[in-house]
Design a protein around this ligand. Structure first.
Ligand code: ADP
Length: 395
C-alpha cells in the first residue's frame, strides 16, 4: 500500500493553519496559513516544497478558505486524501485521546466551549466545514488537553471548594499535550529507552510555554491549568501571579474584568517585563546590546522556568532527561544555558559547545559528563496529529 496522506488543520477564530503530512516523509508536502478570514483582507499563503504562493480571498470565511485548501491538498496528495486531523484546544474531561468525529464528539467539543471560548468554537467551524466539503472522508480530532487527563487528582485539583470542580469543571487541564507527547516519544527513541519505562521533564517554550512531567508515556503534571494563562512567563501572558492581583487592581485602579484579562493575556510576559517585545529573538539581541528591560525579562523567564521544572520533578520517580522544545527551546542556546544555571541542585549541567550546535532544527543531547540527559528536540505537532489520525483509521 502506498504511503497515506493526512491533512492536518488548526482553525483559529480568524485563521486556518494547515499541513499535508505523508506518513513516509518527515517534511510536509504542503503547508500554509489562511488569515484575517471574514474580513476584506482575507488572504491565503501556502508553500509547496520551495514554491511559495499567495492568494487574496476578500471576505472569505472558514468554509470558503477550506473549499480552496481541500482540493489543493487532494491534488498535491496525488488525488486521494486518507483523512483529516483537526487540532482541538479543549476536550475538558470528555476526551483522553484522539477521536473519530461523530455527533457525540461534536457535542463533547461544544460542551467544553465554555472552558475555551476563543478556541473551541473556531475549531468546530473547521470540522463542520470540512465535513460538509468532504462528507466521505474520516475526520479525527486531537485535543491539546487529552494527554494530561492522566494527571492524578492531587495534581489537577485547585484548593477551592469542591462544588466549583464538580459542578463547574474548575480544575487544572493543561495544554500543549500533543507537543509534550511527541517530544517525549522522540526522546525515548533517541535514547533507546522504552517509552513505557522512561521519565522526562519537558519544556515547550514558544509564544505560549509550559512544562510537563511525563512518566512511562503519561503526563503526571503540567504547568498550565484551567486556562493556558497559568504557569510560566510567556510572550504576552503573565503566567502565575498572586490570585489577589485581580481584586487589588479592581480596588485600587478600578479596572474591570476585561481590562485585567487583557493586561494578563496580552500586555504581560516578556512584552510587559521588557517594555520592548514579546519575541525572544528581539530580546536576545537587545540583551546582548545591554538593554536592561530585555535582560530582566530574559532572567525572569529562565528563573521561573527553572522553578517550574524543579517543581515538576516532584512527579517523577527518577529523571531520564530534560527536553527543550518550541521556538525558544529549540533555538535559544542562551535561554537553555541560563535556565540550567538555576538547576544545579538537580545535577543538570550543560555542555556549552553541544548547546550551541543544537539550534535551527538540530536535535541532540547537550548535557556535560555526569549530568542527567538534556535534550533539544524539535516538536512536530502536525505530524503527531497525523499519526494519531492514521492510528484511528487503522482500528
Ligand atoms: P508558537 O507558540 O506561536 O508556535 P514558536 O514555537 O514558533 O511559537 O516560538 C516562537 C518563539 O520562539 C518566539 O519568542 C521567537 O522569538 C522564538 N525564537 C525563534 N527562533 C529563535 C532564535 N533563534 N533565538 C531565540 N528565540 C527564537
Amino acid at each position: 500500500m502506498s504511503a497515506r496522506n493526512i491533512l492536518v488543520i488548526n482553525c483559529g477564530s480568524s485563521s486556518i493553519k494547515f499541513a499535508l503530512v505523508n506518513e513516509a516523509r518527515t517534511s510536509f508536502s504542503l503547508q500554509g496559513l489562511a488569515e484575517r478570514l471574514g474580513s476584506p483582507e482575507a488572504i491565503l499563503h501556502w508553500q509547496l516544497g520551495e514554491d511559495k504562493q499567495t492568494r487574496k480571498m476578500p471576505d472569505a470565511n472558514h468554509q470558503a478558505a477550506l473549499a480552496f485548501i481541500l482540493p489543493l491538498a487532494q491534488e498535491v496528495a496525488g488525488g486521494t486524501l486518507d483523512g483529516i486531523g483537526h487540532r482541538v484546544v479543549h476536550g475538558g474531561e470528555n476526551f483522553t485521546s484522539a477521536s473519530l468525529v461523530d455527533e457525540r464528539v461534536l457535542e463533547g467539543i461544544r460542551s467544553s466551549a465554555q472552558l475555551a471560548p476563543l478556541h473551541n468554537p473556531a475549531n468546530l467551524i473547521g470540522i463542520e466545514a470540512a465535513m460538509k466539503l468532504f462528507p466521505g472522508l474520516p475526520q479525527v480530532t486531537v485535543f491539546d488537553t487529552a494527554f494530561h487527563q492522566s494527571m492524578p487528582e492531587y495534581a489537577y485539583r485547585y484548593a477551592v471548594p469542591e462544588y466549583l470542580y464538580k459542578e463547574h469543571g474548575v480544575r487544572r487541564y493543561g495544554f500543549h499535550g500533543t507537543s509534550h507527547r511527541y517530544v517525549s516519544q522522540r526522546a525515548a527513541e533517541m535514547t533507546e529507552l522504552p517509552v513505557k519505562d522512561s521519565c522526562w521533564l519537558s519544556a515547550h517554550l514558544g509564544n505560549g510555554s509550559s512544562t510537563c512531567a511525563i512518566v512511562n508515556g503519561e503526563s503526571r503534571d503540567t504547568s498550565m491549568g484551567l486556562t493556558p494563562l497559568e504557569g510560566l512567563v510567556m510572550g504576552t501572558r503573565s503566567g502565575d501571579v498572586d490570585p489577589n492581583l485581580h481584586s487589588h487592581l479592581a480596588r485600587t485602579l478600578g479596572w474591570n474584568l476585561e481590562q485585567i484579562d487583557n493586561m494578563l493575556n496580552r500586555e504581560s510576559g516578556l512584552k510587559g517585563l521588557s517594555g520592548l517585545s514579546n519575541d525572544m529573538r528581539t530580546l536576545s539581541e537587545a540583551r546582548a546590546a545591554g538593554h536592561a528591560g530585555a535582560t530582566l525579562a530574559f532572567d525572569v523567564f529562565c528563573y521561573r522556568l527553572a522553578k517550574s521544572l524543579a517543581g515538576m520533578a516532584c512527579a517523577l520517580p527518577r529523571l531520564d532527561g530534560l527536553i527543550f522544545t518550541g521556538g525558544i527551546g529549540e533555538n535559544s542556546a542562551a535561554a537553555r544555558s541560563r535556565t540550567l544555571q538555576f538547576l544545579g541542585l538537580l545535577h543538570l549541567r550543560i555542555d556549552e559547545e553541544a548547546n550551541a550546535r543544537c539550534v535551527f532544527g538540530v536535535a541532540g543531547e547537550i548535557q556535560s559528563k555526569d549530568s542527567p540527559r538534556i535534550l533539544v528536540i524539535p516538536t512536530n505537532e502536525e505530524r503527531q496529529i497525523a499519526l494519531d489520525t492514521l492510528a484511528l483509521l487503522d482500528t
